[in-house]
Design a protein around this ligand. Structure first.
Ligand SMILES: NC(=O)c1ccc[n+]([C@@H]2O[C@H](COP(=O)([O-])OP(=O)(O)OC[C@H]3O[C@@H](n4cnc5c(N)ncnc54)[C@H](OP(=O)(O)O)[C@@H]3O)[C@@H](O)[C@H]2O)c1
Length: 414
């Protein structure tokens, strides 16, 4: 059988990871015919004639069936996806920010294209979560999804709380290991997790969620107060992303640092590992975990997409035309830990103080409850960048009622 021709865009951490994997596998139904990169001056380990610096050499080549894109330029990645679909190419992408921001347009383009676009590598590296949502959970009623979606933040938090590294040293390590984005504020600020949550929302819940719909708080201002409290209580701190159906059938969503207790399924997910916990009727809770970043784990997700695509795999979007984000307008009360410098913040947030954990006089470290709408408003406060918020995840999960299952069978435990 004639092998399909694949062109790579990008030969950095992920592109090289994918290339390595392809080199180690035999009898593949495809072969790499071209690699498009940006910098002609860069020294590469492969012969010059495989590289191009002109995207049209690939996009206009009728012989090329599949484009595997892993570049660090989101505008260009979008242009490649648009032109590729218009030219009937099949596309595999790892560019999560580009995808999260442009999925609606790309899904529309795909409808009128001979080609299709799939993007397992864009969410949680090696965990086949999009394929699982598409194929295994299709038509099932998932009512919640939460987890650790950003490998670099998890790496940094694991090293700070577990090994006592400083934030700066842990961040540098994450960058050196290829886990962090070129702009690490995307990781530590919660933007990357929000992008992934938007992509997951499409496939798990048919929700066209945008990042601005998500209450997002980063980990970059974590201090010794939050850390020593975690150590004292045997908690871990994780950047948690959450999307959960509420009793009104609409959704609550956020990305925030959270204290995780020892009995939580997320507790053991450390370093660059990611974990996605799905809550669904009939199946209960299922946790998917694996390496969430790095060249080979992410390259593997692209490799798996390449194999799937050569077999004609494509996504289906059940209710992609919904023009409503499905978000809840219910005002939730969240229990959080707040570190701030003055009582003004407590007043501004209308914070219901439950416990004062402050040990010094130069700061307040308190536990209490706050309305989500007040947190949203607080984003534009002059004090927003001088506080640290840590969610009591367990309290929130306990508060959210599980939707009832209609059942004619007695739920027996053997
Ligand atoms: N690293 C991870 O663990 C990971 C995980 C999941 C998803 N991703 C996503 O995958 C994408 C690539 O990440 P990476 O870590 O592999 O980045 P990277 O190591 O910085 O490599 C980026 C590659 O993109 C190429 N490139 C940049 N602009 C280009 C342009 N305009 N045209 C053609 N090539 C261009 C670069 O070319 P030169 O070689 O000439 O500089 C380089 O080969 C990003 O969207 C990232 O968010 C990364």
């Amino acid at each position: 059988m004639k092998k399909k021709k694949v062109a790579l865009f990008g030969f950095g951490c992920v592109g090289q990871g994918l290339y390595d994997i392809i080199q180690q596998e035999n009898n593949l139904p495809f072969e790499i015919s071209k690699i498009c990169v940006k910098d002609p001056q860069k020294k590469r380990d492969l012969p010059n004639n495989i590289f191009t610096y002109n995207k049209h050499e690939i996009l206009d080549d009728q012989e090329i069936d599949i484009i595997a894109e892993a570049i660090s330029d989101d505008d260009e990645a979008l242009e490649i996806a648009r032109l590729g679909l218009r030219n009937g190419k099949n596309i595999i992408s790892a560019s999560k920010k580009m995808l999260a921001e442009n999925l609606t347009e790309l899904i529309e383009l795909e409808k009128n294209s001979q080609g299709s676009i799939i993007y397992e590598a864009s969410v949680c590296g090696s965990i086949p979560i999009l394929r699982t949502l598409q194929d295994y959970y299709k038509n099932s009623s998932i009512y919640g999804l939460f987890g650790i979606l950003n490998g670099s933040s998890n790496y940094i938090l694991s090293k700070i709380t577990g090994e006592g590294l400083t934030y700066q040293v842990a961040l540098k390590q994450a960058q050196e290991l290829g886990f962090a984005e070129i702009d690490p504020s995307l990781d530590v600020g919660g933007f990357d997790a929000s992008n992934k949550l938007c992509i997951l929302a499409r496939h798990g819940f048919q929700l066209p969620l945008g990042t601005s719909d998500i209450f997002q708080f980063g980990i970059q201002r974590i201090s010794e107060h939050e850390i020593s409290y975690a150590v004292k209580k045997d908690y871990k701190i994780k950047q948690v992303a959450l999307l959960r159906k509420t009793t009104g059938g609409r959704y609550l969503t956020m990305v925030m640092p959270a204290y995780i207790q020892e009995d939580s399924p997320l507790y053991q997910i450390d370093n660059e590992y990611n974990g996605v916990l799905l809550q669904s009727n009939f199946m209960g809770e299922q946790l998917f975990t694996g390496k969430g970043a790095g060249g080979h784990p992410t390259g593997w997700a692209m490799f798996s997409d390449l194999l799937a695509m050569t077999n004609g795999y494509h996504y289906s979007y059940n209710a992609g035309s919904r023009d409503d984000t499905g978000l809840s307008d219910e005002d939730f009360s969240l229990n959080i830990y707040l570190r701030c410098e003055s009582d003004t913040v407590l007043k501004e947030l209308d914070f219901d103080l439950l416990e004062d954990l402050s040990l010094g006089t130069s700061y307040r470290f308190v536990y209490g409850s706050v309305r989500l709408s007040n947190l949203q408003k607080f984003k534009s406060s002059e004090h927003f960048n001088a506080v640290f918020l840590t969610l009591d995840l367990q309290h929130l999960l306990d508060q959210l009622e599980r939707p009832s299952e209609k059942s004619s069978v007695v739920n027996e435990i053997a």
